[in-house]
Design a protein around this ligand. Structure first.
Ligand code: BT5
Length: 260
């Protein structure tokens, strides 16, 4: 299998793509680059992360040379609170589209930032997104969106990642060229970005594509779990549940599972 670091001749207009054979975390490194003043459009891609991170300081694992591990730096225009959640939303949609285009595997978005494969009410996680805001003195905040996609992780290594982890190899039965996924992903990010600038609201598109809307779900948070009907998502990306007593409750973070 070709290692991404051997494909440093891949480039795409409008993006400044840098490759790491090994890095602690593409998000951590890109946040630092952003603080040092790096321009939007900088992309870090790694073959291996020694300290890959999920949300809430959770670990993100990836056997070296098997996954797409990347982070994008955005410097959105004002208002930041409008653009930042939408850039995260469009990145998830772009990766789901890229997977479909390159492999034909149907991937769904699961609130807030997971890409999953579903079958008979069961789900398996193929990718996760970590969106982080960076700042430096006297400059507007910037956004780093990191995605870890399990591409060619062999089935026997998946349980080491998480009990419900899957990979494109595991789903489709054949290895997938990571650079083809990267190229398709960046093309879709560009297309969504152009649509957004032309007035399309990524929130509407994202809302339509989220799994389990109008289903009964559990939302697990560090302070406990709440059960309700997943009714909507709002401007900030928060999930709104309708509880059994008719009240509504919103969640800006948490993990969702389907009530079975
Ligand atoms: C996420 O967090 O899903 C966001 C993951 C973002 C990773 C990318 S890789 C490039 C960039 N650089 C970084 O350092 N991070 C980003 P969360 O929803 O908190 O999921 C973390 C949980 O998923 C862990 O607690 C495990 O249970 C599980 N997990 C860890 N590695 C996994 C994998 N490769 N596939 C599926 N599940 C995994």
């Amino acid at each position: 299998m070709k290692r991404i670091s051997e494909l440093h001749d891949y480039c795409r207009q409008g993006w400044d793509i840098r490759y790491f054979e090994r890095v602690d975390s593409t998000n951590t490194a890109l946040l630092e680059a952003g603080r040092q003043g790096a321009a939007g459009g900088l992309v870090y891609v790694a073959d291996e992360q020694t300290a890959g991170r999920g949300r809430l300081d959770r670990r993100w694992g990836a056997p070296p040379g098997t996954c797409l591990l990347l982070s994008l730096l955005f410097r959105p225009p004002e208002p930041f609170i409008y653009h930042a959640p939408r850039l995260t939303m469009l990145s998830g949609m772009a990766m789901a589209d890229a997977i479909d285009a390159v492999t034909g595997i149907a991937v769904q978005l699961k609130w807030p930032n997971d890409l999953i494969v579903t079958c008979d009410g069961m789900w398996r996680k193929v990718a996760g997104i970590l969106s982080e805001i960076g700042s430096a003195a006297d400059t507007p905040p910037f956004l780093v969106i990191g995605i870890g996609l399990n591409v060619n992780v062999p089935a026997e290594l998946l349980p080491d990642l998480a009990p419900n982890a899957t990979s494109l190899l595991g789903e489709g039965g054949r290895p997938v060229e990571r650079v083809a996924l990267l190229d398709a992903f960046l093309a879709r990010v560009e297309a969504y970005h152009a649509a957004m600038q032309a007035g399309a609201d990524m929130l509407d598109l994202w809302r339509q594509r989220l799994a389990w809307m109008r289903c009964e779900v559990h939302v697990h948070t560090p302070t406990g779990s709440v059960t309700g009907i997943a009714e909507d998502v709002d401007e900030t990306g928060a999930l709104w549940l309708r509880l059994s007593d008719g009240a509504q409750q919103s969640f800006s973070a948490g993990d969702v599972s389907l009530r079975v």
